[in-house]
Write a protein that binds this ligand. Sequence first.
Ligand code: ZN
Length: 675
Amino acid sequence: MRGLRASAVVLSLTITTFLAASPSAPAAAGAPPEPEVTSLVTISVPDTAALEKVVATGADLTERVRPQPDGSIQVDAVLSEGQLSALAPLGVEKAGAPAAQETPKTPKAAAAADQIVIERAVWFRTRDGYFLSVEATSSAGPTATLSAAWRGRGGASGTVPMVPYTDAGAYLGHQLSTPAPVADRPAWVTVTSAGGGKAQARVREWPDGERPDRAIPGYRKDFITQYMPPGQLNERVKALHRQFPQLTDVIALPYLTNGYRRHAQAQFGAVVVTSLAYGSEGGNDLAMELVDPGAQGRPLQVTVNGKLITVSLATDASGAITSTAAQVIAAVNAGAGSLVKATPYRTDSGQGVVTPAPLTQLSDFLKAPADVSREPARVLALRIGAHRDGSRTGVLAYAQEHAREWVTPLVTIETAERLLRNYARDPATRRLLQRTDIFIVPTVNPDGANYSFYDYNFQRKNMTNHCPAAQADPAARNSWGVDVNRNYAAGSLFDGYVGASANCLSGTYAGPGEHSEPESRNVIWLAQTYRNIKFAMNVHSYGGYFMWPPGAYQAAGRVTLPRPTKAQEAYFLRSARTIEEAIAAERGTVTWPQQTGPVTDVLYSAAGNSADELWYDFGIFGWDFEVGNDIWNPATLTWEGVGFQPPFEEGHKEALEYASGLIALIGLAADYRAP
Ligand SMILES: [Zn+2]
């Protein structure tokens, strides 16, 4: 029942969040209706239950989620002011200056002392300094008040409160809200409970995985000079194949995208007109006007002259215009239905009388230069290996399911370049290419990526508009599209899992059905076609996570997809530590231990994501990177997110460090022996 009530709340929020309820005419006749302005904001959510509800509204959350000392959670999100206020009933507000560390508001102590178990106490060096992270559980559960105390080898000491962490109602333990700066390496940590419990543990180093191969003198790296739109990525893939034909194949994936293209539109008050042809195929050449005949008792008339549609409005005996929006819509569809379709604006009843409007050119509103193709796009994979015959362990690395994550394709390109350009000189690289079969897809979602580069930088989804007419007016155009990483078939919205939306305007819209989109079908085609693929890395940004399945839980009963076995989980974690070690070796970027783990434990439920399908349906170890770790601000004593498109100087460094991580994954694949 609780679930049902939550759904009702979600439904009403969804409607008010994504569409203005009352129609309004465009500012001036002929001015293109502009989408609502969105921005990247850090929001504060009261607790995990509220976060689950926010996820369920389909709000456009980033992949950066941070628990706070008072039990609240901060999440970065892409929202308009209207969307933000629509979330207020869930207790969502813009995060202000972070509160100083407070004692958690959980005063009750149990009568008998609680049992404390320290799950993990680690100390790590990052480019921003030294940090301590402690995770512990109390038998008293989330209401226990815990603190962690340490003494460093040099004599420095400190105490920090711990915060309870629950997910989908399950208590996962207490942790430090953010790792605490600790320059003096502690040997031991003591966790004390207000309920009387106490435990001690030795502090270990993190990530402490296998050290990466030492680079030989002359090892070549750094092949990235700028953010690259899809056209440049494809050129780079083809150029690498031309230069290294013995080591590579270019695979043209079978499903063409819908293309960087839209139908052309114009809006006349409550009348929305959409071309049948795409803008690039003639729609942009159309124009329409609403004319006052300037005479009495005239009928409503639509005439088409080539590309020009003239609507002569009806007048009464005094010469006043009488045509309503509904009448104009019907007349346009009857008289110009071979060129355009007219529909009412959103929920407008169409009963209002229209006003004349000057000749207005229809537009697809796409701003990319003409050399960016408007045709359906071919997605390319670069296959790399000395033996590309299916006999070697396959590794799939695919990026930019989410269009705005500009750093992610660079990670894959840098990886490909390093593998190919060091093959002849570096024995460790040669070994990787001898023993593995690598498939690299720099951009899964090229149409969305182009839209992100040229039109709307926060574009997350692909460009395909599945919305009905009432949600397809021009001002809604930045909200169309399918979240490619919610369109897969394992643990999907359609199976009853949480973390994807049925609303076509939502940031996490799952699409009309599983695999409805060519972008997701291409990824699955690779897994189906090359059965030697045993490892996959889904590269996302930002937030500094390293995750694996399960990635979703069911709405009913909040049951996750099956957990991997203990042995598999241990392999996921051990591999993660090795890969994180390689990332850290580049410039000291450490992926925090509490951001290393199953998606449902460390982030939030993401129904229908690709790593889950690869793992559950194909037995592929499917990981997700969230590249772009927070940067420590010593002035405010807080970690700050880097965003989707950091200044290239930062994005460049992220690409280099995560390419090292990807190469470490290929190293694990080279050593892998099927059990
Ligand atoms: Zn993403």
